[in-house]
Write a protein that binds this ligand. Structure first.
Ligand code: IDC
Length: 338
């Protein structure tokens, strides 16, 4: 009898031991799964709420660092169709994007000649809100390089947008894409930004991104002559195949002003040319080390290097087979942030 009890006890002990061993093996795995899920959720608006600038960095409503990453449309007067819920959801869930930029050109058939394009902006903003993503409303000046040229139209546009999205934490206002040409920060861009900021601030304290001169390469503008508004960030734009020479200068001021890379591309300055993976890696490691948010150009199927999709791609298809070399690279990089 005693022998039998002993044998049963030993069996119970062995089973217990095996159970504990397996349990402790399972646990870290479960934790990891949970963590990944939390991290994704923690990247979105319902968790982070209103963004602000603190010590020159973008932080959430609790003051924690947040890094936004995502893609920009090409000009929506041409490539509106790709900014649909299907694609934006894939960008969020499979790529790990938490921001989406709407490039609303002012000239070249954009807002100035057809202001009903603002309805497309609203439609895309509403999709982003539904998807719990941040969204950048970009007044995309380009051939019209002096933002002062159309300040009256910009005032009307930003007044309407900021009223419409009054208490909406998702929105980020990018008030002049790439100032360029015969202009200066102090005479043109800064006074423009002050006027538009006043308009937006009547309704919203959300982040405002201001383009710097020379197509968003002159961050010294802001370093030596900053705007007063404390939720303003300054745009840095680079194209990996062309602008590598800027990196050292940027590294020197990266902690001194709030920087947002609201547009960058893997190719050359015209959006085309050679793709440069090595330079893109270098840039992204600097951005990552410094918690800088970025948006890649562009979600389109235009026959150019920096387009994410191959020419003639269906508007509801972000499948790997339709991605260009740049598209595949951007997907991989975004996933590495998850
Ligand atoms: C470019 C497009 C190009 C188009 C041009 C003018 O890639 O096809 O002809 O605009 O509309 C920017 C601009 C962005 C550019 C992009 C790439 O913000 O609008 O798009 N780029 O050239 N600055 C530097 C590069």
């Amino acid at each position: 009898m005693k022998k039998i009890i002993m044998i049963i006890l030993v069996i119970i002990l062995i089973c217990g031991f095996i159970y504990i061993k397996n349990y402790s093996k399972d646990k870290p795995e479960n934790n990891t799964k949970k963590q990944v899920k939390e991290v994704v959720k923690n990247d979105l608006v319902s968790y982070n709420k209103n963004l602000k600038v603190l010590n020159n960095k973008l932080v959430n409503s609790k003051g924690e660092n947040i890094v936004l990453r995502g893609v920009s449309t090409h000009g929506i007067q041409w490539y509106r169709k790709f900014a649909n819920e299907h694609n934006m959801k894939i960008l969020r869930d499979e790529w790990g994007a938490n921001v989406f930029r709407i490039a609303m050109y002012t000239s070249e058939g954009g807002y100035l000649s057809n202001n009903s394009i603002k309805n497309d902006v609203k439609e895309i903003v509403d999709i982003a809100i539904d998807l719990d993503m941040y969204v950048i409303i970009d007044w995309h000046i380009l051939s019209d390089g002096n933002p002062m040229d159309h300040i009256e139209e910009a005032k009307i546009f930003f007044s309407e947008m900021s009223k419409n999205y009054k208490n909406t934490p998702n929105i980020i206002y990018e008030i002049c894409n790439e100032p360029n040409g015969n202009i200066t920060w102090s005479n043109n861009v800064k006074p423009y930004a002050e006027e538009i900021t006043k308009i937006i601030r009547k309704n919203s304290n959300n982040i405002i991104i201001v383009g710097t001169t020379n197509w968003c390469q002159n961050l010294e503008d802001a370093l030596y002559n900053p705007l007063e508004d404390n939720n303003t960030m300054y745009a840095l734009h680079f194209y990996s195949g062309t602008h590598g020479y800027m990196r050292d200068k940027i590294k020197n001021i990266i902690d001194k002003i709030p920087i947002f890379v609201s547009e960058w591309g893997t190719g050359e300055a015209d959006g085309n040319g050679q793709i440069n993976i090595k330079e893109s890696d270098e840039w992204l490691s600097v951005l990552k080390e410094n918690n800088i948010s970025w948006v890649n150009w562009s979600l389109s199927d235009k026959a150019e290097t920096t387009a994410i999709l191959k020419p003639n791609t269906d508007e509801y298809s972000l499948d790997d087979e339709n991605l260009t070399e740049s598209g595949k690279y951007i997907k991989k990089i975004m996933q590495s942030y998850k």
